[in-house]
Design a binder for this molecule. Structure first.
Ligand code: SAM
Length: 466
């Protein structure tokens, strides 16, 4: 695949702050692959984090300097054959995008309970990052308009394991039905993608100046559609993986020209080599990431506060069916701190919702198409719970549930939805674990197991040497 960049693209970037034609072309020709990931702070303590990183890389890993949980790996391992990956120990994410953390920290008091929207969220890089940073009592709505991509987003957030997340599958304009609802909105907009050309040269032929214009118009439409949902004083974080002014600085000017917003600067360290870029009309600050200046792909980000707007209207609540104390009691053994949650009965399945999310769920249900809310505990039968995979993957599941630690080979067989043939005294429902991290459920029978790992998540690749 040729890495030749379109001359019209190069020409359009001349004069941009930080743009150096020679080194930019050189880094695209060299096409070095950078591998970075972000650890899941809700699933790993310091010792476990070290173990996970050591298993991924025999050579030293290094920190992504603007991220509290981000690491570069010296080589790209096979994530498919790493059970820690399937256990949600980390998310493989391009390093520049991890800068969203800095924007959020600069603009928001993260100890507050926040309602956060990630509008263009699939496959979930920013959503898992946001979830790691917000408080337990905050709520993240992760939305994706394209249905199959929304399914991938839901799977990735299931794996991430936290209960304070709702996954929706809506068009941006649907969010205008929630006026002044969100404290923070992240719009990682669909764009012409030039920032990814080093890593994914197959995207290059799709680039054209006309497409940049179309993307810029779409970005404006998306922002205009969703803006009413941001409350007064709320924070808007806008990002793209495009180098084009039309999608970056010009969008900042368009935003400031159309809405009552103030630009929020994000503090930088010189050693990061992130380039501040100011818009022509409003002198608004955004931040450019060039692959020839730092270890990451092309990226742009800017941050704003909404000066006026709805202050978060009181919205009418609807009745929902929550479990009675007696029914909820059947779940008590399965959940680590059962009193922290409300239990919603939805189509015969029990959803575990943190209290703040439970308060808002009927409103969200009325206005949006919800794909996933909180953690699905499972089906509550007459006698027992038939547990769902979401519970196994979650950080909620009780440590008292019987579990079986699998070897690497056994874990991979389990993840292929086979029977690894383990000898154990455990009977009935049990968590299959790898190095004490939960992978999924199995029902242990006298001479075999029923493997309840979800079919759609199973490893399909052949495992060499088995
Ligand atoms: N935020 C994601 C992450 O960090 O993993 C990446 C998002 S990607 C840059 C942009 C997303 O916007 C895609 O998932 C795409 O399906 C979605 N999208 C495409 N057209 C859209 C539209 N008209 N409105 C909203 N989202 C759209």
């Amino acid at each position: 695949m040729s890495n030749t960049l379109p001359s019209e693209l190069i020409h359009s970037l001349e004069g941009l702050p930080g743009f150096n034609r020679e080194s930019f072309m050189r880094v695209h020709t060299a096409a070095d692959k950078i591998t970075s990931l972000r650890l899941n702070p809700h699933k790993l303590n310091a010792a476990k984090a070290e173990q996970v990183l050591a298993a991924l890389s025999p050579n030293a890993v290094s920190r992504v300097p603007w991220s509290s949980q981000g690491y570069y790996l010296p080589q790209r391992p096979s994530f498919t054959f790493d059970p820690f990956f399937h256990a949600g120990a980390y998310y493989v994410q391009e390093a520049s995008s991890m800068f969203v953390e800095q924007a959020l920290r600069a603009a928001v008091d993260l100890s507050q309970d926040l309602r956060v929207l990630d509008l263009c969220a699939a496959p979930g890089g920013k959503s898992t990052l946001l979830q790691s940073l917000i408080s337990e009592d905050s709520v993240l709505v992760a939305n994706e308009v394209i249905k199959p991509r929304a399914a991938v987003l839901a799977d990735n957030l299931t794996k991430w394991g936290s209960a304070n997340v709702v996954v929706t599958n809506n068009d941006p304009r649907d969010f205008s039905r929630l006026p002044g609802y969100f404290d923070v909105m992240v719009i990682d907009a669909p764009c012409s993608g030039s920032g990814l050309f080093r890593r994914e040269p197959e995207l290059i032929p799709e680039w054209s100046p006309e497409n940049v214009v179309l993307c810029s118009q779409r970005q404006q439409r998306i922002l205009a559609d969703v803006m009413p949902a941001l409350k007064e004083g709320g924070i808007l974080i806008y990002s793209t993986c495009s180098f084009s002014r039309e999608e970056d600085e010009q969008i900042m000017d368009w935003l400031l020209g159309h809405f009552e917003l103030e630009n929020i600067p994000v503090p930088l360290q010189e050693s990061w080599h992130i380039v501040p870029a100011f818009s022509a009309e409003h002198n608004s600050a955004g931040y450019r990431f060039y692959p020839d200046l730092l270890a990451g792909e092309g990226f742009f980000i800017a941050c704003f506060r909404k000066k006026t707007g709805e202050a978060g209207r009181k919205l009418k609540e609807q009745k929902n069916t929550f479990l009675s104390a007696k029914e909820a009691g059947k779940l008590a053994n399965w959940i680590a701190y059962p009193e922290k949650y409300d239990y919603l009965l939805h189509q015969e399945e029990v959803l575990v919702l943190p209290k703040n999310l439970a308060k808002d769920i009927s409103l969200l249900q009325q206005q949006l198409y919800i794909r996933k809310a909180g953690v699905k505990a499972g089906q509550l039968g007459q006698k027992e719970l038939i547990p769902d995979h979401q519970l196994a993957a979650s950080t909620l599941v009780s440590a008292n549930i019987p579990g079986v630690n699998l070897s690497l080979q056994e874990a991979l067989l389990y993840l292929r939805k086979e029977d690894p043939g383990i000898a154990t005294d455990v009977k009935g429902w049990a968590l299959m674990r790898y190095e004490d991290m939960n992978l999924g459920w199995a029902k242990m029978l006298p001479n075999r197991m029923n493997n309840y790992y979800p079919k759609e998540l199973r490893i399909l690749k052949e495992i060499s040497g088995m």
